[in-house]
Design a protein around this ligand. Sequence first.
Ligand code: AHR
Length: 554
Amino acid sequence: MINRRDFLQQGAMGAAGLLLAPKGGRASAASSRAADSRIEVLFDEPLGTISPNIYGHFVENLSGVLYDGIWLGEKSPVANIDGLRKSLIEHMRKIKATVIRFPGGCFADSYDWRDGIGPAEKRPRRTNFWAMGEPEKAPVSHRYDPNAVGTNEFVHFCKLIGAEPYLAANVRSLPASAFQQWVEYCNSPAGSTTLADARAAAGYPDPFRVKYWGVGNESWGCGGEFTPQEYAVEFRRYSTWLPTYGDNLNLIASGPNTDDWSWTREFLTEVLRKGPGELRRIYGMALHHYAWNLSRGKTQDWVAGKGEALKFDAVDWYELLREGERMECLITGHWQVLSEFDHQHRVKLVVDEWGPWYRPGSEATPGDQLEQMPTLRDAVFSGMTLDIFNRHPEKVAMANCAQLINCLNSLYLAHEDKFVITPVGHVFDLYSSHQGGEALRTVFSAPNVHYDRDGQSASYWGLKGSASVRDKDLTITAVNPSTGEPRLAEIALRGATVKEASLRFLSNADMHAHNTFEQREVVVPQTKPLSMSGGNLVVEFPPASVVALNIQLN
Ligand code: AHR
């Protein structure tokens, strides 16, 4: 039996906007059918401000993510900005990408940031954490890290996009002093330290002012195989003195794998052994959850339990969503454990890795490790997950989809001059107007979906989503998980009226639909007319769809 820890330990071996008709105006064909669902947005029940960082990303130095995905090199014939893929930067600006985590993942705890600074030609080549899982024909840079992308290039990438960098420090194989000096390199004022001079020599005199720092990654596994108590001791040591230069450093502790409640509890028990003031060190507790087990309850084996990215039936579709939906219980469960120690709830959750994880075989670039082809199923999964985060704004301070490009739940796929936005990338576009909005409690009522799960009747909810408001702009997003049935929903705004509204959605008659380098627009945002009935908006949610409504209020 293989679990994720064993696997990782082996180094992976092996709108067109529509101006609405006035209230009571003529109904469209959709609204002439009776609505079967209802969405009530409760303006007097705000839940908290949605942290823009929930819409964050994750970039690991893993196979085709960095080299090929992001980094092309200044001499590349492919359009680039200072060596960084231009089309990627442009789309990430469009979706208002907020924060990007780097350099791992498991890679982080074998990485020495000092290898990635100074003149490119003098940087050392190192064996990548993921090297042993690379196929023979993989590009050399995937196995032996050329360090062409280091802190400068990564932070520059973030700044070009307008995103904040979130750096993960190495706790497994570097001393605490290396972490302190990384902070010093990034944040010490121009001219103040030798490391600030080194930064300036590379063309970056101004401090990077990196605010988010991970103290290790998956310290229960590839990040050192620590017990929660051992890690807590390391966490205190690594965080005891870090130079701040007048800015807050937001430290993220390596948190549990999925539902390992005892990790959270025992880590906090040990950290607080030195007194309740120790809580001040922790900005966030990381939480990782991958939806990987599609075996329908047959196995817990990390390899055998996985499903296919492209070949699946309707039952597999719902299995994936069920696995992903666990996220809501994980958030509320770990929050509950946090509340045992942190009555004020100063410490937030940082879901810095999430997404589906399939078995190999669907790579857009054959040979790219952990690359998979995101389909419409992954778009629905991702919309559902972002809605979960939106519904818990007081708990989740940040989330980072794993990963940005050429890996797992990619927003983008790229190889050499080829680049495509996946259905997941379009979901981030549809959802971007939630960032910084006030989440509102919203009640979704819809008939359940019923289906046959290996001879047993099974059901799944019929419509769920989230809503947020900023000034006069209301955003409602939702997914219809049914592979076959549309939902027609009346939307009642309790405490506001509609002035204008527009709708964009992702769907396709084929649940396997996906975008490839050759066919890039199979799953792209579409628009649809809206109508009013009795003062309520009436919206059709096609089968297997992700829907975003942007409503201007009076
Ligand atoms: O995202 C791939 C890997 O999954 C990361 O390196 C690790 O943190 C997680 O187990």
